[in-house]
Design a protein around this ligand. Sequence first.
Ligand code: A3P
Length: 316
Amino acid sequence: MAEGKPKPKYTPGELKDEDIIRIPDQNGKIKEIIKVEGITIPCEVIRSGHIPDIRLNLPKIRKMTCREDDIFLCAFPRSGTHWTWEIINMLTTGKLEYLSQPKESAMMEFHYPEEFDNIPSRRILNTHLPVRLLPTDVKEKNLKVILVQRNPKDVLVSAFHFLQKAKLMPFEGTFDEFFKMFMKGGLRQSWFDYTLESEKAVNEKELDMHVINYEELKKNTVPTIKRLSEFLGTNCDDEYITKVAEMCSFQGMKKANDEVKDIDKFTFEKDLMKSHYRKGEIGDWKNMMTVAQSKQFDELFAEKMKDSSFKFDFTK
Ligand code: A3P
């Protein structure tokens, strides 16, 4: 197979003209998108056939039969999903080994549910979909859900760098253009809506959900992993958890991504997969956002999140 031209795996459904929304991008090029259950998807992604057509996949996900011990890892993109996924794997398998499979091998938007049938228990299925789109079994069987939260200013900056490297969904504009798009909620879904919806599920105890904070995981790694282990009932001892924390450090994960992960087998966006581990720091937003942008963000945050108990330290 020629490098850069992987064979599509899925057959997309028909894209009807009346469903397509056409918007000029920052360079005047027309971007075609569709809205599916509140999620924005570029038509190119559907046409590519590299991931399942979300219009066909969402109903399948909703009806999927889950196992009693399945774990669902939910996070807005760039919040530390890969990191947490690897930690959970080490906790549930009891093995201090990186999995050769990348996180994307168990990502719900990237596969139809039946493709997960061969994954041995416990499965750690992960997704950036909002919690309302999880399988109905998650609530009915009271399955464990983990939500990863990160300072949204760092999420924004991380997403900007990441999407510049994407082939299928690149962002080719300036940081200011990306900033404006993020503020308008134009990145597949709004960070604010995603977070408020997740918080509601926590507060109303709709789901058996444990919240992990990226910054806490970074600063107080061992106690944060210990609480996660208790929530999952894996009850690993402190010595084991300390080793998990070391192996899943930023440097450890970056090295594993380069040397252990079987990226070629699982993805069409190989360059993008190699750039998942960029800086792994708290407060990198300060290197990108202007004082005016930061103020604008603070104002929108104060308005949208006024009733939220999720707190983020914007001084760091
Ligand atoms: P940066 O771009 O700020 O470096 P996700 O996995 O949800 O896509 O999140 C990716 C972000 O998590 C990237 O942020 C990445 O570097 C960071 N990350 C991944 N592993 C990490 C680790 N072990 N420690 C700290 N940050 C990590």
